[in-house]
Design a protein around this ligand. Structure first.
Ligand code: AMP
Ligand code: GLY
Length: 442
């Protein structure tokens, strides 16, 4: 990496908060820097424990003071917060308040960009960022009135105001559906909702690194596959697979979004006294009128992070350390040519109920395929030391190919076949990850 190298000794310790595929991929990437001697995962999963420099720490991540003790005891040089909940709960504020300034992620007020959809809607509105036209509703009655007023032949979207682990969005095709849905939705997620215009177009995700004043863009776009079944059908999930670069948004579009969306938002956050440091995630949709924002997240995407870490040329250790010091101008992040594809193996039944504790075999065989890396999410060791399923999304079989996305897709699915062959009957997965890209490229 051409990042102006910070002088560092060769025994830097990193702490990753979280236990999913995103956290495994981040830790895998950070460990690539030779100055990093150990990557601690709190609490991590079976895969993170098996990483060369990796070690899991069994700790409750809602217990901020225990984590602060760990940071002090282990002299942690960089803490990266994977998921949104600790950020929304003020984890970084807590660490800052006790004098620790090496936690990468926004403070609570910055995390409002994800944890309060009313807030992000208003911020975007105040600086003219294209988004779905919406009404902010505080009661179910207001929501019903807005649904009646705003539903078009395209339909309407109901979005919970707060965090819902990605589940609080209902995309409805008709007035009848929306009126039925609002009853269930308000029961589940409370009465405060955005009633939004339903946009149509291909979706993609863009990421940046912010130092509180500016944004350094990750100049590759990614595409998630949020619905459970092939052809974008079925219930919403946390994401069933992702790939990048996404041809729907070439580098020029990503740069444009960095300049017209991410940077203005970060500058507006600084202006209103809520400086935003951390990964910045813009969920976008390419409409007939150009790209519009669907949502902001205050962390890296999952699964997008898994292919992202495979196309980076180098470790993010120094870029993140520089961003924390406010030295974004010294960053230079390079990418490998080619593409990466990640296929999520989910427990059968996910996103509904599913069984835990099934033994997983075939991971080593998948990892032995050229260019394939299996990131773990919902996995753990049982008492006999076997790797077993522990969550809905279990593995992210991720590949890199210098030849491009069609080849990357083949090796990712070769990896999937190995795991399915050795662990039959326990997984559900999509067979069409990256097909939109392959179709676009022709
Ligand atoms: P979010 O949690 O905001 O990313 O929403 C989850 C999914 O709902 C998105 O990935 C979109 O597929 C869909 N969605 C959200 N907002 C809209 C919108 N205004 N129009 C169409 N689809 C939407
Ligand atoms: N990829 C969807 C998310 O991370 O929210």
């Amino acid at each position: 990496m051409k990042t102006s190298t910070i002088k560092m000794s060769h025994n830097q310790t990193v702490l990753i908060i979280g236990s999913g595929g995103r956290e495994h991929a981040l830790g895998y990437n950070l460990a690539l820097d030779e100055v990093v001697s150990e990557v601690l995962y709190a609490p991590g999963n079976a895969g993170t424990a098996l990483e060369k420099k990796g070690r899991n720490i069994a700790i409750d991540i809602t217990d901020f003071s225990s984590i602060a003790n760990l940071i002090e005891a282990k002299d942690i040089n960089l803490t990266v917060v994977g998921p949104e909940q600790p950020l929304a709960d003020g984890f970084v504020d807590y660490l800052n308040s006790i004098g620790y300034d090496k936690a990468f992620g926004p403070v609570k007020k910055g995390a409002l960009l994800e944890s309060d959809k009313f807030f992000s809607y208003m911020i975007m509105g105040s600086i003219g960022i294209p988004q779905a036209d919406s009404a902010l509703c505080f009661t179910k009655e207001e929501a019903i009135a807005e649904i009646k007023k705003r539903t078009t032949k395209e339909g309407i979207v109901i979005k919970a105001r707060g965090l819902t682990a990605g589940k609080g969005v209902s995309v409805c095709s008709s007035l009848e559906e929306a009126l039925t849905e609002i009853e269930i939705h308000s029961e589940r997620y409370g009465p405060e909702v955005l009633i939004s215009e339903r946009l149509s177009g291909e979706e993609f995700s863009v990421f940046g690194i912010s130092d509180g004043n500016n944004v350094y863009p990750i100049n590759v776009s990614f595409q998630d596959h949020k619905l459970a079944y092939d052809g974008d059908k079925g219930p919403n999930t946390g994401g069933m697979g992702a790939y990048g670069p996404a041809p729907v948004a070439p580098e020029i579009v990503v740069r444009d979004i960095a300049n017209t969306v991410m940077t203005p938002v970060v500058q507006e956050m600084a202006r209103i006294g809520s400086p935003y440091k951390g990964f910045f995630y813009a969920g976008m949709i390419l409409t007939e009128d150009g790209p519009k924002v669907i949502e902001f997240n205050v962390r890296f995407g999952d699964p997008e992070c898994q292919p992202a870490m495979m196309v980076l040329k180098d470790s993010l250790y120094q870029p993140l350390s520089l961003a924390l010091e406010g030295k974004l101008d010294q960053l230079k992040i390079d990418f490998r040519p080619g593409a990466s594809c990640c296929v999520v193996l989910a427990s059968k039944g996910y996103p509904g109920s599913y069984k835990k504790g099934s033994r997983i075999l075939g991971i080593d065989e998948a990892n032995a395929i050229d260019g394939v890396k299996v990131f773990h999410a919902g996995t753990k060791f049982d008492e006999s030391g076997n790797i077993v399923t522990e969550g809905g999304r279990v593995l992210g079989v991720t590949s890199y190919s210098s030849l491009g996305i069609a080849d990357a897709k083949i090796s990712a699915y070769d990896g999937v076949s190995e795991i399915i062959k050795h662990s039959p009957g326990i997984f559900h997965y999509r067979k069409d990850i990256a097909d939109k890209a392959i179709k676009r490229i022709g």
